[in-house]
Design a protein around this ligand. Structure first.
Ligand code: KG4
Ligand code: ZN
Length: 347
């Protein structure tokens, strides 16, 4: 089975070809440079850029996989959640293509696709469902912070989420307060490497509450007031490194502690993580260490698969087709605020 998948939920235009469950090609065109100028993603610009890039990226993905559109058995695209205008570009193109080819179309939930990235390995990339273990999955990106219980493939339930800012948003907003370029997450990760994480004591919101929920806006506010009272620190390179390390330590400690606590509460033996913030080296290391200490298996998505990509959309779509999930109708629309629990295949 040969499937073409599109991902345009935010600021990455991505197209992948998945053949018999393996990724034949996956191309990502990032718009980060475009949005950096504005300090964040501008939805209207994102949509226009997707429109400009989608067909060239699709053509290149098909060429790299040596596939002609006539050979496709199905087409998939991210249906939600995401920026409405951005989602519409990839979803509309994929739906039209499937309609013209007379092939099934699958609208995929972006976070459900993230759930299986940690199981995707090898060359060519495949989603190794044979290795699957019931798990608790942490999805951390610029828009979302979720804890999802995944007892079986394509069976999931959200058990925690952020009450306000997402973890990536917290990195980005604090970085902005410090004058770092957008997106600040990778820059904070880099600067924190040479900093002292114990230099400044920032709050760890909701750390001790017995649930899987997060809140990051208090941490951001605390850094804002701290910088208002100590503005000269930003002129000292060493202090900036220490600030980055201290902020990162607060975010990572909350993410790791709550993930491990929730895994233990649910009685699962495996923790997985994906989403852009899972690129963070301190998070990767701390989560792996905490899992070992608590005798939990730990599977982190490969860094290239943490950020948004169509390969994860195509891999999930082929699994859903194999398990006879219903196709999406040609009259169905995007769902920018789609809840993950609605896509669970198993009752
Ligand atoms: O999943 P993603 O590419 O896009 C969505 O938001 O859906 O995630 C982007 C987020 C941004 O907030 C970015 O700052 C953060 O992931 N990020 C990082 C790192 N790399 C990306 N945050 C901390 N450390 C990193 N190394
Ligand atoms: Zn994402």
């Amino acid at each position: 089975m040969i499937l073409l998948a599109f991902e345009t939920s935010c600021d990455e235009t991505s197209v992948a070809v998945v053949r018999d469950g393996s990724v034949s090609s996956s191309l990502v065109s990032s718009q980060i440079q475009l949005h950096a100028e504005y300090g964040g993603v501008v939805p209207e610009l994102a949509a226009r850029e997707h429109l400009r890039n989608l067909m060239p990226v699709a053509r290149a993905a098909l060429r790299e996989a040596e596939i002609h559109p006539d050979q496709l058995d199905a087409v998939a695209a991210t249906r939600g959640p995401g920026l409405p205008s951005a989602l519409m570009v990839g979803f509309g193109a994929a739906q039209s293509l499937a309609f013209v080819l007379g092939k099934p179309f699958l609208g995929i939930h972006h976070h459900e696709a993230h759930l299986y990235s940690p199981w995707t390995t090898g060359q060519p990339l495949r989603c190794d469902f044979d290795a699957f273990e019931p798990n608790l999955s942490l999805i951390v990106s610029g828009g979302h912070t979720l804890l999802v219980h995944v007892p079986a493939p394509l069976h999931h339930r959200v058990v925690g989420s952020t009450l306000d800012d997402a973890a990536g948003e917290c990195f980005d907003k604090i970085g902005k307060l410090m004058g770092l370029p957008y997106p600040a997450g990778p820059e904070i990760d880099r600067l924190a490497e040479s900093g002292d994480a114990a230099a400044f004591d920032f709050p760890r919101p909701m750390l001790r509450e017995p649930n899987g929920d997060f809140s990051f806006s208090g941490l951001k506010t605390s850094v804002r007031y701290f910088l208002r009272d100590h503005p000269s620190l930003l002129d000292e390179p060493r202090a900036v490194q220490n600030l980055c390390a201290s902020v990162q330590a607060a975010i990572v400690e909350v993410l790791v502690t709550k993930t491990v606590q929730t895994a233990r509460r649910l009685g699962v033996r495996c923790v997985t993580a994906s989403g852009g913030v899972t690129c963070n080296r301190s998070l990767r290391q701390s989560l792996a260490t905490a899992c070992t200490r608590n005798r939990l298996a730990c599977r982190l998505a490969l860094p290239d698969l943490c950020t948004d990509n169509a390969a994860m959309v195509g891999l999930l779509a082929s699994q859903r087709l194999l398990r006879r999930a219903p196709a999406t109708s040609f009259s169905d629309e995007i769902l920018p605020a789609w809840t993950l629990n609605d896509t669970c295949l198993v009752a």
